[in-house]
Ligand binder design. Structure first.
Ligand code: PEP
Ligand code: MG
Length: 778
């Protein structure tokens, strides 16, 4: 077998192991065999004790497992960890760092190769192979071990995380290190929440079913029986009615399903999980996904295919279980923290608003649209917590730290108190900002900066008006489209647009034409692409579907009848001809409506600058439209080539990157040369520091989520335009986004606006530059 197939096989097998112990055990056994070495061991870093503990071995004394450990600077293992690179020695004993581990029996082995196990840039542990002979492991062996370690790091991290969560249910198992278990993700909406987990289940999706303790075991067993019987009936009926039309191999598929259902083993296994303390849906998930993994790991292609069948069967059973349980009559706790595998804008409405205190998503990132909406409703949110074993957390207490993007499971009283203190501070700051509502956003030297809002949810309107918004700079029309089962009719759209426009009149309302694609999907209009952010998105979709575009524009125009506060905005524009084409359609809709007798006037039409191509043509656009508005969320992702939805590269998504700042400055200058207004509606405008820079660049309107408006207003009122301009010129001399960020924070503190930056958080080492006494800001 080639090394590549060996590798694949190991990874697959390990991925199906049920818990950390078996994961580690399998790894050492398989590697030892594949490399034909005498010893293979894994040392994992215990983050509480800060020591590498021997957690599995093949070849050393088994009794030493869990007992023997090394400090982070001890032994060659410590050195591998410190250097985060492999160390390959012909004779470990003669190395100055060698530290003899008693009771392991390692005195017999000379040759040593250790490679670090690295996950998300941090060393989880060290993988070691040893051999009696004096010899260096050769290059291909070293390469093999490095590759296995890189591939397995994620599996180990995940198993470790799940293990630490599970052991809470069995306190006697691993009593230590279970408090304050921390999971890192991406900060998505600031604020701190302490609450009880509710897992968002998606209909018939096994992966999202949480574990729960059953109320009545007999009842769960009965439900299983009924659901399996119902599926059996369905399959028999479908098989009979299709019998004539099916080829024999297709017919065989029905037989496979029936055989699986009839096989008592499957049912017995699920029943065992129920008796062991899981509810029927959770037990079904455990068993079915376990089998799916096993089939996936098989070498035989035919057997691998069975994974799909098992999963499909599981889904069918789950559907019946969910149906008989009725529409989940969940009794949401008053402090619900909703955790989803993939948080979608539609899910935000799942929990009643007054009971939702925090949001967590395993996938997605800080600029995913669900995150943007979470910011707008002001719910602390963490996205991209990729290692979170979320199905195990139902009903657990957690802390959501939306400032640093962290979740703490099973928090200690001490940590809870520290975060409660942060929440008390937050309330004080918010109360201090309340008085700003009727005051203008005016700098100390009298420059008036209009602050508008971004909307989409119904609740946004009242909130925005309460906070003193002077217009809507971006109404994301796709949001009402997303929470439906089919495209809304012209009349339905008219009603929802009219209510926004009436509520805001005579203030301007900027309606963006449908911006779907990317991470915004309509359930009834799926777009499946490999690179959705570079694909069929925004205006590209609506120009290809004039019927959708025209209906929407007609609804917008009719909604503005008698109010005349409409501005239409086009998203994701790359070329002049797209704008011309869209303008033709808008003119056509206008003419039609006027013919039909509606008293509609031509609205202002503008273009969003969101892709680099639009930056360099901004003057051309400015000549043909009425206004320019920058979508800095997308512009940042496209300029930096960083997917805004991908947590793996979230650290690289930097709105303060010098390239982004220069582009923003260029757009403002070029547009003003044409005498057209330029505004910004990306999230950068919602950051107090960012708002000051944008004002200094000459942006005439800042549009943001209503939640941040008071902070931005406070920042503007606390500074002169001249000071903001000098801040901008300082910042534009810097090369590094992080440096710029720090500098902005420092400046705000220096200006006495420190309360607008993030508070000091527990468990965090604040960088020295954050010191409020730092005087480098001038
Ligand atoms: C943007 O891209 O900055 C923007 C405002 O649009 P959205 O976030 O909806 O893509
Ligand atoms: Mg955009």
């Amino acid at each position: 077998m080639s090394m590549l197939s060996v590798l694949r096989k190991i990874v697959q097998e390990v991925s199906t192991a049920p818990d950390l112990e078996s994961v580690l055990d399998l790894i050492v056994r398989r590697i030892q065999r594949a490399m034909r070495t005498e010893v293979c061991s894994i040392f994992l870093l215990d983050s509480v004790q800060k020591r590498y503990v021997l957690r599995a071995t093949q070849g050393l004394n088994q009794e030493a497992v869990g007992k023997v450990s090394l400090s982070m600077t001890e032994g060659i293992v410590g050195l591998v960890g410190q250097r985060a690179e492999p160390i390959n020695l012909e004779d470990a004993f003669s190395h100055p760092a060698f530290h003899y581990l008693q009771s392991t029996g390692e005195e017999r082995f000379h040759a040593f190769l250790g490679v670090p196990i690295i996950h998300h840039r941090s060393v989880l542990g060290v993988l070691v192979v040893q051999q009696h002979d004096l010899r260096r492991f050769d290059e291909s062996e070293e390469a093999f071990l490095v590759t296995v370690s890189a591939q397995l790091a994620g599996v180990i991290a995940h198993a470790e995380a799940t293990g630490s969560i599970n052991s809470e249910q069995h306190p006697q198992a691993e009593a230590k290190a279970v408090h304050d278990r921390r999971f890192d993700g991406v900060a998505a909406a600031s604020g701190v929440a302490i609450g009880t987990v509710v897992v968002a289940t998606i209909d018939a999706e096994l992966e999202t079913v949480p574990d729960k303790t059953p109320h009545d075991v007999e009842q769960e067993l009965h439900s299983l029986e009924m659901a399996m019987e119902a599926v059996r009936d369905d399959i028999r009926t479908a098989g009979r009615s299709l019998a004539q039309r099916l080829k024999s191999e297709e017919q065989a598929l029905f037989d496979v399903y029936l055989r699986m259902l009839d096989d008592p083993a499957l049912k017995t296994e699920i029943e065992a999980h129920i008796r062991a303390g899981n509810w029927v849906q959770g037990a079904l998930r455990e068993v079915i996904l376990g089998h799916v993994k096993q089939f996936n790991a098989m070498e035989d292609a035919y057997l691998r295919e069975r994974a799909t069948d098992v999963r499909d069967l599981g889904r069918r059973i789950l559907s019946y279980l969910q149906e008989s349980a009725g529409p989940m009559e969940v009794d949401y706790p008053d402090d619900s923290i909703l955790i989803a595998d993939e948080l979608s804008p539609a899910m935000l409405g799942m929990v009643p608003e007054n009971k939702l205190v925090g949001l967590v998503s395993v996938t997605g990132s800080g600029n995913s649209h669900a995150a943007i909406m979470a910011r707008s409703i002001g719910i602390p949110t963490v996205m991209g917590v990729v290692d979170l074993p979320f199905t195990r957390l139902e009903g657990r207490k957690v802390i959501v730290d939306g400032y640093s993007g962290r979740i703490y499971v099973n928090p200690s009283e001490q940590l809870l108190e520290a975060f409660r203190e942060v929440m008390r501070e937050e309330r004080l700051v918010a109360a201090g900002l309340e008085g700003l509502r009727d005051l203008p956003a005016e700098t100390t030297d009298g420059y008036r900066m209009p602050l508008w809002v971004n909307t989409g949810l119904v609740a946004d309107v009242t909130r925005s008006l309460e906070r003193g918004a002077e217009g809507i700079g971006l109404y994301r029309t796709e949001i009402p489209f997303m929470i439906r089962d089919f495209f809304p009719s012209e009349q339905e759209q008219l009603q929802s647009y009219r209510s926004q426009m009436e509520a805001f009149a005579p203030r301007p309302v900027t309606m963006r034409t449908l911006d779907i694609g990317g991470d915004k999907a309509l359930p009834y209009f799926p777009i499946e692409e490999d690179n959705p952010f570079l694909g069929w998105r925004g205006i590209r979709v609506t120009l290809d579907h004039p019927e959708i575009f025209l209906v929407q524009v007609r609804a917008m125009l009719r909604a503005s009848e008698g109010l005349n506060n409409l501005r239409i905005m086009l998203p994701m524009v790359t070329s002049v001809h797209e704008v011309e084409e869209a303008m033709r359609q808008i003119d056509r809709a206008l003419a039609e409506l006027q013919d039909e007798g509606y008293a509609v006037e031509r609205p202002m039409v503008g273009v969003m600058v969101e892709v680099p191509a639009a930056v360099y043509q901004v003057r051309r656009f400015a000549r043909i439209v009425d206004f320019i508005s920058v979508g800095s969320n997308d512009l940042t992702q496209y300029l930096l080539a960083v997917d805004r939805n991908n947590p793996r590269v979230a650290g690289l998504y930097a709105p303060y990157h010098p390239a982004v700042l220069r582009a923003l400055q260029y757009i403002a200058r070029e547009t003003r040369k044409e005498g057209k207004p330029v505004s910004i509606c990306g999230e950068m405008a919602a950051d107090p520091g960012g708002a000051l820079l944008l004002m200094a660049m000459g942006y005439e309107v800042l549009s943001m989520n209503s939640n941040n408006l008071p902070r931005v207003k406070s920042a503007i009122r606390g500074v002169s335009l001249a000071r903001a301009q000098s801040l901008l010129s300082q910042v534009l001399r810097m090369d590094d986004a992080e440096e710029i960020h720090r500098y902005l924070r420092r400046t705000l503190k220096h200006l006495g606006l420190g309360q607008l930056t993030r508070p000091r958080l527990p468990n965090q080492q604040e960088p020295a530059e954050d010191d409020p006494d730092c005087s480098g800001a001038d």
